[in-house]
Design a protein around this ligand. Structure first.
Ligand SMILES: *Cc1c(COP(=O)(O)O)cnc(C)c1O
Length: 386
């Protein structure tokens, strides 16, 4: 199946959809049965048969089936947020006394979960830089049960060698999870490199219109049926049918949106690279990125994010630049239609450093015309420093 075939047709045209092109939103908590026998049968497979919407809802299931196909995995489970998909997948992989290895540059709230929440349950986490495989080998312990990756990572977009790491993990009976939000399922399929579970914040590219929060985990049926019975049904961080419907709609334009972003990001990057007030940019598809070769091998698309270093370390000048932008709006997150700017200085409180270089800003190009974005950057850059 091509990606378009999956997005547009897979799982649709069911007889119960009464010939509708757009699948119905099954806005119901409960489902009825005709006989005790049918009810008994359904109760034994709550993941596949609709009994109650905390378990199975047809609209949510349709989104899950599309995601499993797009990520080339056997199954998928949708959650109320990306971080719920992440924390439930982690909880399913470890128990008291176990050890986790994660990349240093992991998403902020995932790191909070490792550092502040899990230690209370006797689960510890060590970090490695993501590229040094001998460092990885040296910190694996007898109780290491999970290696957690994010490729590309936030801000620096560092890339991990998914195939080599999954081989190391498999040989030691360690599970692997990769956060694939930044690459998207059209840009990279970690399952093809041997990664066990793939997690996404659906709030970003998958939804694509800044109108929902959701998450999804994709992987083998065996792991996901355990995850369903444990974390999914017990913690109940499920996706609503309405959110699933918005995601099915968002997915229909995923390929068009991502291919548009790709061209815009390339145009904006070229403009920034030649600008005298820009010190440099970071993107894995730029030849000077430390993981460029690996990125080209693993990823088909590079997305709409690029990190930029301004040629000034004066916070007032950096703030003036960001405040002057009109097309790029100050905001966290990314993946929607709107273009965004997220400066490292916004993370500084009372001169306290965030760990990121002070002159770093993260740009997200949305669906704006690249000419408008370039004019906007050009104007803001003309106003200050130098
Ligand atoms: C946004 C994000 C998350 C968290 O997802 P939510 O949907 O906001 O809960 C996790 N990982 C990455 C890489 C993200 O960008």
């Amino acid at each position: 199946m091509t990606e378009e075939e999956i997005i547009l047709h897979h799982g649709e045209n069911e007889p119960e959809f009464i010939n509708a092109f757009s699948p119905p939103v099954y806005q119901t908590s409960n489902f009825r049965f005709q006989t005790v026998d049918a009810m008994r049968h359904a109760l034994q497979s709550e993941k596949e048969i609709s009994v109650y919407s905390r378990g199975n809802n047809p609209t949510v299931r349709l989104f899950e089936k599309k995601m499993a196909s797009l990520e080339k995995t056997e199954d998928a489970l949708a959650f109320s947020s990306g971080i719920a998909a992440i924390t439930c997948s982690i909880l399913n992989s470890v128990k008291a006394g176990d050890h986790i290895i994660a990349i240093e540059e992991v998403y902020g709230w995932t790191k909070v979960f490792f550092d502040q929440y899990l230690p209370g349950f006797g689960i510890t986490t060590s970090y490695f830089n993501g590229n040094d495989l001998s460092e990885l080998n040296s910190i694996i312990q007898a109780n290491t049960k999970l290696i957690y990756l994010e490729s590309p990572s936030s801000w620096f977009f560092s890339i991990q060698d998914l195939k080599s790491i999954s081989e190391i993990a498999r040989s030691r009976n360690i599970r692997t999870i990769c956060d694939n939000s930044f690459a998207s399922p059209l840009g990279q399929n970690p399952s093809q490199f041997g990664i066990d579970l793939i997690v996404h914040s659906a709030s970003k590219y998958l939804g694509g219109h800044s109108d929902l929060v959701g998450g999804v985990v994709c992987g083998p049926s065996e792991i996901l049926s355990g995850l369903f019975k444990e974390e999914y049904m017990n913690l109940g961080a499920i996706m609503s049918p309405n959110t699933a419907w918005l995601l099915i709609r968002g997915l229909r334009t995923l390929s068009i949106r991502l291919n548009h972003l790709e061209k815009t990001r390339e145009t904006i990057s070229a403009f920034l690279l030649q600008h005298p007030k820009i010190e440099g940019i970071i993107h894995p598809f730029e030849p000077d990125h430390p993981n460029h070769e690996l990125a080209k091998r693993q990823m088909r698309l590079g997305g709409g994010l690029v990190s930029v270093f301004l040629k000034t370390n004066d916070p007032a000048q950096i703030e003036k630049f960001c405040n002057s932008l009109k097309q790029f709006t100050l905001a966290v997150s990314w993946g929607g239609h709107e273009s965004l700017v997220f400066p490292a200085v916004s993370l500084m409180v009372k001169q306290e450093h965030s760990g990121l270089p002070i002159n770093m800003i993260r740009l997200y190009v949305g669906l704006d015309d690249p000419r408008d974005l370039i004019n906007d950057l050009d104007n803001a850059l003309s106003l200050g420093f130098l």
